[in-house]
Design a protein around this ligand. Structure first.
Ligand code: SF4
Length: 683
């Protein structure tokens, strides 16, 4: 690190979507929290403390790599970028621009995502997506359909007024810990209640007043039973429904036919506990929903979220402080990556690529003829990997590790190898980079300037704390250089740093129209903040929903059978996160302190299921299905419900996604991560 300069400056944690302020601390040589707009006391979780470990890690890539005679060897930037632009131009000439796919990243800044989607579209394709597709696409689709936008309805600060938290398929005590400690726990101490819907006992359920350990695959059944109880017990907010809701009569007729006891039984929960939870939610003055990937990551994810959205509408819990539906984002820029257009069907500002007026508006900002912007929606991430080697011949992957994070990992590995040219831009030789033809060294959080948009829609500024190591360059500079080469339009990528990109983002993205770097400063500006507004909007849907309508519809949702049928000798694998690791583990598996904290990685199995298979605590077990095999150490514990096993997706052993299926939700194209049939045996 001798050739690098380190200087503390206010930045944002690169991990979850809470958006804590962190910066380099010269006294400890590590990261440290500062009192940012979210973590107002400067507190951070273990991952925030360890954020520096990847920045200064000896495995960092310090020069571009190109594949020669089967091996990745160092190259100059000019050689590497020429290799990319030549290969992509050849594929476009032979197969058309849609034979190239671009993966942006919800772990990169608004500016980086904006430049990459601009490069893709000026190259001629809408095949650009980001990894929010894998975590919250279904939440966004259902909320946009019903409320007009897919973003969190309320702010973190609203939680100070919440009386009941309904936490569905999320574990914020571990995965969004600063918000849990700063807002949820203080509310519980003043008497608020917490209903936790999750198949596992976790630190979140330990703090809960109600725990409904739902059977994986039966969320819709459980949510319908909650709604039916609210209707049956006369707890519908009639005044709110008369003013703001459509379809109450039809929904009440549907609810009257739900046998709550039978539904609770199918969903694997106690009917009395379910009714008590429904009552607590419905009678609260202000109830909020916090959701996570346990809800969204299903091949029926959009329908599942639709079933959830009936609850706030029935009970008047939307459009006021302390209420609403708030999906907890897993990465620091899940919201912003989509806002600025890193989506195959949306231009910056969420406008459809199929809308000629939207294309004309964006083309005007870019100074190009509107006819140059592709008008057909492109491929989503998993659709693209399904097309690798066929319809798609080349791919660019920014800061993602699909070899570990995409479902059906065995198929993904083959798909990556089937490409004529795979380009990966990352900090390390990740599992995906090992398949690449060109690897570009990327920049860590502490080396980038720019903005990210956190879970509660606050746009926050990142500032460089360090220069990149060796010949590594800042991601934004690399993307601009690449954009100029791929499109032959150097003027379109000639920016004077992230601030000038952000100025263009605000021109091309109406919900960001009133923002500026100066206005954000060391605080934040909240989306949506249009050009003519005095400030951003904390509570959405107050008098009208974001689609301009006064009313939102209730919707009858029927149970959708999980894709994997489960044989008598099989268990259901569900996957998730832990506090000490992050996503594919590319950063956090390289942190000695986090690896030590986590200890041995395990797969949770219930004592009854373990006994039936002769598995003892600490045994090495084999998990297998038709898609793949992986092994792990068993943790035999009643914290997981019978019939279910739990593994994290952060590790290579177990490699949970060797077993998950790649069936997609028909609307949001999110895969099924939470319900995979597996056989478990002693290894
Ligand atoms: Fe980073 Fe999230 Fe932890 Fe805050 S809560 S320090 S944003 S991982």
């Amino acid at each position: 690190a001798e050739d690098r300069s380190f200087e503390p400056a206010e930045s944002v944690c690169p991990f979850c979507g809470v958006g804590c302020g962190i910066r380099y601390d010269p006294a400890t040589g590590a990261a440290r929290g500062w009192a940012g707009p979210v973590n107002t006391k400067g507190e951070v979780c273990p991952k925030g403390v360890a954020a520096w470990d990847a920045v200064d890690h000896p495995d960092r890539l310090t020069a571009p790599l190109v594949r020669e005679d089967g091996a990745l060897v160092e190259a100059t930037w000019d050689e590497a970028l020429a290799r990319v632009s030549d290969a992509f131009a050849r594929v476009r000439r032979d197969h058309g621009p849609d034979a190239v796919s671009f993966f942006a990243s919800s772990n990169c800044t608004n500016e980086e995502n904006y430049v990459l989607q601009k490069a893709a579209r000026l190259f001629g394709t809408n095949n650009v997506d980001n990894c929010a597709r894998l975590c919250h696409a279904s939440t966004v689709a259902a909320m946009a359909d019903r409320f007009g936008v897919g973003a969190t309805t309320n702010s973190f600060d609203d939680l100070t007024e919440t009386d009941v938290f309904l936490v569905v398929g999320a574990n914020p005590a571990e995965n969004h810990p600063v918000i849990f400690r700063s807002y949820v726990l203080p509310a519980l101490r003043r008497g608020a209640e917490l209903i936790h819907v999750d198949p596992r006992e976790t630190p979140t359920s330990a703090a809960a007043t109600h725990h409904l350990p739902v059977r994986p695959g039966y969320d819709i059944t459980l949510l319908n039973a909650l709604a039916a109880t609210i209707v049956d017990e006369g707890l519908v907010d009639e005044a709110f429904c008369a003013e703001r809701v459509e379809g109450l009569t039809a929904f009440e007729a549907f609810a009257a036919d739900v046998d709550v006891d039978a539904a609770a039984d199918r969903a694997g929960v106690d009917p009395a506990a379910l009714r008590a939870a429904a009552r607590a939610y419905a009678v609260a003055d202000r109830a909020t929903i916090l959701t996570g990937m346990g809800l969204s990551q299903h091949a029926c994810g959009t329908e599942t979220v639709h079933a959830l959205l009936n609850l706030p509408l029935l009970t008047g819990n939307v459009g006021r402080r302390g209420t609403g539906v708030n999906p907890l984002r897993g990465q620091n820029n899940v919201q912003g990556a989509g806002d600025v257009g890193a989506l195959p069907d949306r231009l910056p500002g969420g406008r459809p690529v199929t809308d000629p007026e939207a294309r004309a508006a964006v083309a005007d900002v870019w100074g190009v003829p509107a006819a140059e912007l592709p008008a057909e929606p492109g491929l989503t991430e998993v659709e693209a990997t399904h097309a690798f080697g066929g319809e798609v011949r080349a791919a660019f992957v920014l800061g993602e590790n699909p070899a570990v994070t995409e479902p059906n990992a065995g198929r993904v590995a083959d798909a990556l190898d089937a490409l004529e040219c795979l380009v990966v831009q990352d900090l390390f030789r990740t599992e995906t980079a090992e398949h690449a033809d060109v690897v570009l060294p990327g920049s860590a959080w502490a080396e980038r300037g720019g903005t990210v948009t956190n879970t509660d829609r606050q746009v926050l500024r990142m500032r460089p704390n360090a220069t990149p190591p060796g010949d590594a360059r800042r991601d934004l500079d690399v993307l601009c250089a690449l954009g100029a080469r791929l499109t032959g339009r150097p003027d379109a990528f000639d920016y004077d740093g992230p601030e000038s990109v952000f100025a263009e983002v605000t021109a091309a993205t109406p919900p960001y129209g009133g923002m500026s770097y100066e206005g954000i400063g060391t605080g934040s500006q909240r989306w949506p903040f249009s050009e003519d507004a005095a400030e951003g909007t904390a509570v959405l849907h107050r008098d009208r929903f974001a689609n301009g309508r006064r009313r939102a519809p209730l919707r009858v949702v029927e149970h959708v059978a999980p894709v994997d049928a489960v044989a008598d000798d099989e268990l259901v694998l569900t996957t998730g996160r832990v506090i000490e690791q992050f996503n594919s583990g590319a950063l956090t598996r390289r942190s000695d302190r986090l690896v030590r904290m986590r200890g041995t990685e395990t797969v949770q199995i219930h004592p009854d299921d373990a006994a039936a298979r002769g598995v003892a605590d600490g045994d090495r077990v084999r998990l297998a299905n038709a898609r793949g095999v992986t092994t792990a150490v068993a943790a035999v514990t009643p914290a997981i419900r019978p019939g279910t096993v739990f593994a994290t997706f952060h590790t290579l052993e177990p490699l949970a996604n060797a077993l998950t299926g790649d069936a997609l939700d028909p609307v949001a194209k999110i895969p099924e991560y939470k319900h995979s049939a597996v056989r478990v045996s002693v290894d």
